[in-house]
Design a protein around this ligand. Structure first.
Ligand code: ATP
Ligand code: MG
Ligand code: MG
Ligand code: MG
Length: 558
């Protein structure tokens, strides 16, 4: 591609609206331009790199037997109502005015809709259906450039299986494919246990890139590899906010988890390991207690913990205290944990330093009296804490979610009636999985990890061009003829060459642009070196410069 004939709008200055490196670089190097908040146009250079990401994704999805679809973004709202997700997505979902349509934020419903009747027999299973397509989400705070768009490209795939064992296989295949994709893209990433959020389902994991620009918080232990999204704790059983009317009550939210059975499946635990929440009145003040197991709470113990007289709250009291029906408070629980209002405060102290090794909370010696407690609350954890699995130091940091894999189970197939017949003619719901990658985030995260003060440092797999050929003074006939000749030859050899053939740009200007655009190899053709039959090769990453004989150039480039 010739620079003089291309739309390559580079900027010298840092754009005012951009704060994080990838956003600044994408604008300065002319990869994207913003149309409106969270809505971006990909310019030719950026789109070329983005297509490389898509090609890698496609190859790896095809390698695990994925079949490429293209589902419509404009969806009848009715289908989304059948799974309860118009409500679950809330304001995030874009609605079409005066029409019963929504713009799809993901495609579980549409896949299930097509699978209904089409995969009628076990013989047609398993299936992996994927697409690379635009999604719409009305993100409240679109920032960080394409990392959080209101319109963005996702690779989403869906597995259809006949059993949970087969789902495990499809999930495993996606896990491996994702690792190959991110490795091939040259990203440094890690995998964390994650919450399934509005998707529902049981197991889910996220592929994360460490970055201060991230909006997720991750707790990570280098020693044992334990890694979790703090969102896990929040969405499973987050005492998300204090109730407005009562300063003493925490409301508990369990999105996507409607029953103890579902909760058990979600947490992969037996019912006897779960806890149930109950509101007690302690010296006239309400407290919320999560209890271990099916045992009734030991009121003496609780009394000691809370330091007062304890009794269960009556239903009318509950209504008065919470301003809501008692039913909206529970049931909820999570493994090996007790959190009561007062206990939580003590827990904060416990983990914030003062008495870190003191497991006495409100009069209870936790280690002695409740040995089964794994007393750990991700919401209060800070870097340097001990943890969860191996008792070595935890690191807590920000991360960007690149991809997310879910074991959905039968939530969507049951809601939409997607069934198959087994060998004996018996009907079962199809077992689904869903797997997403933010295509633009892959590119943005690559940039977050590959730049210096001069600009982008592309590596071969995603570089829009392999070689940036610079004709220094194009008014000089030898320079112009040699560089034109090199452009033709290298292109015909299969190299993707960006040729700075501008007549009126100074050498300094061309060098700055080449470093900003960041192709892996720069080939500099100048009068002085040509006199000795030489050209200069500069490696963008190391800054290393080598003088090479023209006759040896092709060998050197290999
Ligand atoms: P986040 O936690 O960042 O909001 P999410 O958990 O809502 O992401 P998923 O529903 O899991 O996202 O979608 C799959 C993938 O799509 C994500 O892992 C991410 O890479 C990408 N993605 C999600 N939202 C956006 C967005 N607003 N802009 C760009 N990519 C996105
Ligand atoms: Mg989101
Ligand atoms: Mg997320
Ligand atoms: Mg996610």
């Amino acid at each position: 591609m010739k620079f003089s004939k291309s739309f390559l709008p580079t900027l010298k200055e840092t754009p005012a609206e951009a704060v994080i490196p990838s956003h600044i670089l994408m604008i300065r190097a002319g990869l994207v331009r913003q149309l409106s908040a969270g809505i971006y146009t990909w310019l030719p250079l950026g789109y070329k790199a983005l297509r490389k990401v898509m090609d890698i994704i496609r190859e790896e999805m095809n390698a695990i037997g994925g079949q490429e679809f293209h589902y419509p973004a404009l969806n009848p709202k009715e289908i989304w109502e059948q799974t309860g997700r118009v409500e679950a997505f809330g304001d995030i979902m874009f609605h079409i005015k005066n029409r019963d349509y929504v713009l799809a934020p993901t495609h579980e419903e549409i896949v299930a809709w097509h699978a209904k009747g089409a995969v009628a027999s076990y013989k047609e299973l398993p299936q992996i259906w994927y697409q690379i397509q635009t999604k719409f989400r009305n993100e409240p705070r679109p920032r960080s450039g394409v990392i959080r768009g209101r319109q963005f490209i996702m690779k989403d795939s869906y597995s259809l299986d006949r059993s949970f064992e087969d789902l495990d296989k499809s999930y495993e295949m996606h896990d491996k494919a994702y690792r190959k994709i991110f490795d091939r893209c040259g990203l440094k990433y890690f995998v964390v246990g994650a919450s399934s959020g509005a998707m529902g389902g049981s197991k889910s994991e996220e592929f994360m890139v460490r970055s201060d620009a991230g909006e997720d918080t991750v707790a990570y232990c280098e020693k044992c590899g334990y890694a979790a999204n703090v969102e896990v704790a929040q969405s499973i059983a987050a005492p998300a906010k204090r109730h407005e009317e009562s300063k003493e009550i925490y409301e508990i939210h369990t999105p996507g988890v409607k029953s103890i059975d579902e909760l058990c499946e979600f947490l992969k635990i037996d019912e006897h390991e779960t806890a149930k929440s109950r509101i007690y009145i302690c010296d006239g003040k309400p407290v919320l207690v999560l209890m271990l197991g099916n045992d009734e709470v030991n009121e003496t113990k609780l009394q000691a913990a809370l330091g007062g007289n304890v009794r269960p709250a009556h239903p009318e009291e509950l209504k008065e205290i919470t301003g809501a029906d008692a039913g909206s408070i529970g049931p909820v629980g999570f493994k090996h944990r007790i959190i009561a209002d007062n206990l939580l405060k003590d827990a904060n102290n416990l983990y914030s330093g003062a008495n870190k090794n003191d497991y006495h909370i409100g009069g209870i010696d936790l280690k002695r009296d409740v040995p089964q407690i794994e007393y750990f609350d991700l919401r209060t954890v800070e870097s340097g804490e001990k943890c969860v699995r191996c008792n070595s130091t935890l690191e807590v940091f920000k991360a960007i979610e690149l991809g997310h894999i879910f074991k959905l189970g039968t939530k969507y197939s049951e809601a939409l009636g997607v069934n198959y017949l087994d060998e004996n003619g018996k009907e079962h719901p199809v077992v689904m999985g869903s797997y997403g990658i933010g295509v633009e985030r892959v590119l943005a995260c690559f940039l977050e990890q590959n730049y210096d003060e001069r600009g982008i440092i592309w590596k071969k797999p995603l570089a829009p061009f392999n070689i940036h050929l610079i004709g220094l003074n194009m008014k000089n006939q030898t320079v112009s003829e040699t560089s034109e000749q090199l452009y033709k030859e290298l292109s015909s050899m299969g190299y993707e060459v960006l040729f700075d053939d501008r007549l009126d740009a100074s050498a300094g200007f061309k060098f700055n642009d080449a470093d900003l655009l960041g192709m892996p190899v720069q080939l500099i053709v100048g009068e002085k070196n040509l006199k000795n039959g030489n050209v200069e090769v500069k490696i963008r990453q190391s800054g290393e410069k080598i003088i090479v004989q023209l006759s040896e150039l092709k060998d050197k480039l290999k």
